[in-house]
Write a protein that binds this ligand. Sequence first.
Ligand SMILES: C[S@@+](CC[C@H](N)C(=O)[O-])C[C@H]1O[C@@H](n2cnc3c(N)ncnc32)[C@H](O)[C@@H]1O
Length: 254
Amino acid sequence: MPWDPAQYLKFGDYRLRPAVDLLNRIDAENPSEVYDLGCGAGNVTRLLRARWPDAHITGVDSSDAMLAKAAAAAPDVVWQQADLAGWSPPGQADVIYSNAALHWLPDHPQMLVRLVRALRPGGTLAVQMPRNFQAPSHTLIAEAALAGPWRKTLQPLLRPAPVAEPAFYFDLLSPHTSTLDMWETEYLHILEGDDPVKEWTKGSWLSPLLDALQEPERSQFERRYADLVGVAYPRRPDGRTLLPFRRLFLIATI
Ligand SMILES: C[S@@+](CC[C@H](N)C(=O)[O-])C[C@H]1O[C@@H](n2cnc3c(N)ncnc32)[C@H](O)[C@@H]1O
C-alpha cells in the first residue's frame, strides 16, 4: 500500500512511544548487525543508532516514500528497499527489531520462525504489533465500507485481524528461543483537534481504502467513517479525545 510519511508522523510522539518501550527492554550490550524491519521514515531507526552507535544498522522497508524520508534524516544507516515477505538478512543478525510493521505481512508462523533462525546464538528478535483490530477505530472502518455505494470497491480490501492471540506467538516461538518476554500494553492516546481518530487511522489502516476511491465517494466515505468514530470516541469536556490502543510486544532471544 502507498504510505504517506506526513500523515503517519502526524501523531509521531504517540507512535514512537511503543517503539521506545520495545527498545528499552532489549538486553543487547554491543550488537554488531542490527536490522529495523519496516523501518518507515527512519524515526525509530535513529533511536537504534543512538542506542548502539558502533553497530552496523540496516533499515528495511518496501515504501519508496518512507525510505526517501529516512535516508535524508540518517545517512549513517544502510537503507534497503525490500518486501519483507521472504526477506532474510545476508548473514547472521544480532538484533532484528520491528515496530508497527509485521502486522502488514501474512503468514506470521513462517515469517517469525525464519527471522529467529536468522539470529546469531544469543541474538534477539524484538517485535511490536498493534492488537487493536476489534476496537471501534478499526471495526467502524468495515462498517462504513460495507454501508455505502463504495461497498463493491472496498469489500475486497477489508482484511481480517492480522495479529493473533499472545498465546499463539508463545507456542510458536518458545520451541526456538532460550528466553521469551511478552507483554501487552493498552496506551491511552490523548488526541487534539477535529476528527482525531479518523486522522489517526488515515495514517495507516484507513489509507488503502481511501486510495481505492475517486471523488466524491472518497470524501463521502471518509466523512461517514469520521462521523461513526466521532460517536464512538466522543470529545471530552476539555475538547480532547481519548483513543485506547492495545499493542503486543515480543522479545525472543535464542
Ligand atoms: C506503520 S509503519 C511503521 C514504521 C516504523 N517502524 C515506525 O515505527 O515508525 C509500517 C511500515 O511497514 C512497511 N511495510 C509494510 N509492509 C511491508 C512489506 N511487505 N515489506 C517491507 N515493508 C513493509 C511500510 O512501508 C511502512 O513503512
